[in-house]
Design a protein around this ligand. Structure first.
Ligand SMILES: [Zn+2]
Length: 262
């Protein structure tokens, strides 16, 4: 189906739902000259720093439905906000979502959480890292409104906590204070925002976008996450990984990584 990829791992069916796409400006990566950016993009057959906004839907063997992030909603223009269309295509009623995990609370991850200022997922329990809640509750951002609307459904989590059996929090701080990924069974991980532009960053994982709030910590998390994916032969999905192959593996090559087919 358009904008939807699916993978099955022991215990779980997982879908990647593409909420939309966009291109970054070159100044999002100030650590890389324009010439070097263009050279890496053209080597990948690209002319822009394209990115995708990905949401993940996880169905456990017990029927539990977990949504990871909510995409952009109406906040990133007509090129994004397709989550509700994707859910409809899968015949998933938003009211049937049991768990909603926020990797973090940037607007392209929580923008689809509200519908006319009310809960878009009225029966979901919301999971987010305690450091994320502590940071955003005082910020003048959509995140604060999301936290207020879902206040009665919030559960703070930390590294290793189980969202559901076999579904565990992976703390990957730095992009934001409480940025997390998710371990899905033994063979799949969702790494959230550790990579924003795969053609620029996979080969040079120390390269940060301006969106990384704590670049040194974000770099450590990026290296740790990508290295574990490569070393353990895990399949990974990421919030900004481009299609068409949304679930892939990694090989460590030199100082960086290359995406290989699943
Ligand atoms: Zn982000």
């Amino acid at each position: 189906m358009d904008g939807i990829s699916q993978i099955t791992v022991p215990g779980f069916d997982v879908w990647c739902l593409e909420d939309g796409t966009q291109s970054f400006d070159a100044d999002v990566f100030p650590g890389l000259s324009l010439e070097e950016q263009e050279s890496r993009l053209s080597a990948a057959g690209e002319s822009e720093i394209r990115t995708a906004f990905n949401v993940f839907l996880i169905l456990g063997e017990d029927g539990t439905l977990t949504l990871v992030d909510t995409g952009c909603g109406s906040h990133f223009g007509p090129g994004a906000g397709a989550l509700s269309t994707r859910l409809t295509a899968l015949s998933i009623d938003p009211a049937k979502i049991n768990n909603l995990v926020f990797t973090h609370l940037h607007t392209d991850h929580c923008g689809g959480a509200l519908w006319d200022d009310a809960k878009a997922f009225p029966n979901a329990t919301i999971y987010l890292h305690g450091a994320e809640w502590a940071y955003w509750r005082d910020q003048d951002a959509l995140a604060r409104q999301v936290l207020a609307v879902y206040d009665d459904a919030l559960v703070e989590v930390s590294d290793g906590d189980a969202i559901a059996p076999g579904l565990n929090v992976w703390s990957l701080p730095g992009h934001t204070p409480g940025h997390i990924g998710l371990r899905v069974g033994d063979g799949l991980v969702i790494v959230g925002d550790v990579v924003h532009a795969q053609h620029l960053q996979m080969g040079e994982p120390r390269l940060c976008p301006t969106y990384d709030m704590d670049p040194m910590t974000a770099t450590d998390s990026r290296l740790n996450a990508l290295r574990e994916v490569a070393d353990r032969g895990l399949t990974f999905g990421g919030s900004h990984i481009l299609g068409p192959t949304k679930f892939a593996k990694l090989a460590e090559v030199g100082d960086g990584f290359v995406i290989v087919a699943p």
